[in-house]
Design a protein around this ligand. Structure first.
Ligand code: GLP
Length: 261
């Protein structure tokens, strides 16, 4: 797991965008795993800027979103289907239908979840998965207690996550759905490269556990310690509880340029 401590979230976003730019230039039909939430916005803003500047095209790229609320109406602005389009997909040039996501209105959720896993496999698997992290250490919507081998399935959101996400629902926790469909920890682990981005003091404990805690279903992101290629992009605040922060800084500064992220 490579930890990169950036001066601010803008720089973290630039580095995340660099990793995606490198992938899409090398493999124009690359498969992206797309996270919603505030954490990846810096990455998406920078990718949209590069696209607008004519530097980057997603015309042949494909994407799968990580998760979705169950039961929100199609036109609800907070479905992750709509959020990822507003934040990223509609700002670049993905082909119609190239970015898919879990169907939170499916009337057979287990069958849908199996078909989602099959669709990811049929696309050749995810080349680069973007992730944020919840204050309780969840990735996707894999809440504490999630099976470390889980695949796409329905989950119940914790009260903490619903409190955290109430800001997107007029501050009213009762408007936040209780259930979601999320790629599992096993699904995320199958991505070839994972880029996790976090900023702010609220994420500092989750980031410390992610990188330095014991692998445990209580901090679901810790499963990434078993992944061979994870890049963690942090601002100073999110890095503030790391025990080995000096070492991570030295390592990154001394890194040979040819290694990339
Ligand atoms: C949300 C999403 C996650 C996201 C996380 C952090 O509930 N399901 O994909 O990474 O929680 O959100 P944010 O980036 O807004 O802090």
């Amino acid at each position: 797991m490579e930890i990169v401590i950036c001066p601010d979230a803008v720089q973290a976003g630039r580095l995340g965008a660099d990793a995606i730019t490198t992938l899409i230039r090398r493999k124009p039909d690359g498969v992206l795993g797309l996270a919603t939430g505030s954490s990846p916005l810096g990455i998406y803003d920078e990718l949209a800027r590069r696209h607008e500047a004519g530097e980057l095209s997603f015309a042949n790229a494909r994407g799968f979103t990580l998760d979705e609320y169950v039961g929100l109406a199609t036109e609800h602005p907070e479905t992750y289907h709509n959020v990822i389009r507003k934040d990223f997909v509609n700002r670049v040039d993905f082909a119609d239908g190239a970015v898919r996501g879990p169907d939170g209105l499916s009337d057979d959720i287990p069958a849908f979840c199996r078909s989602y896993e099959e669709a990811i496999a049929a696309a050749g698997g995810i080349d680069l998965q973007i992730l944020g992290i919840g204050t309780d250490g969840h990735i996707g919507f894999n809440e504490p207690g999630s099976s470390l081998a889980s695949r796409t399935r329905i989950k119940t959101l914790t009260k903490q996550t619903r409190i955290d996400n109430a800001r997107f629902f007029g501050g009213d926790i009762d408007q936040v759905p209780t259930h979601c469909i999320t790629q599992g920890l096993g699904t995320i682990m199958a991505a070839r490269h994972v880029v996790l981005v976090a900023s702010g003091h609220g994420k500092a404990e989750a980031v410390h556990q992610l990188a330095e805690g014991s692998v445990s279903a209580m901090w679901p992101g810790t499963i990434l310690q078993h992944h061979p290629h994870v890049t963690v992009l942090l601002d100073e605040a999110a890095a503030s509880r790391l025990q080995l922060s000096d070492y991570y800084r030295e390592t990154y500064h001394a890194k040979p340029a040819w290694q990339g992220l």
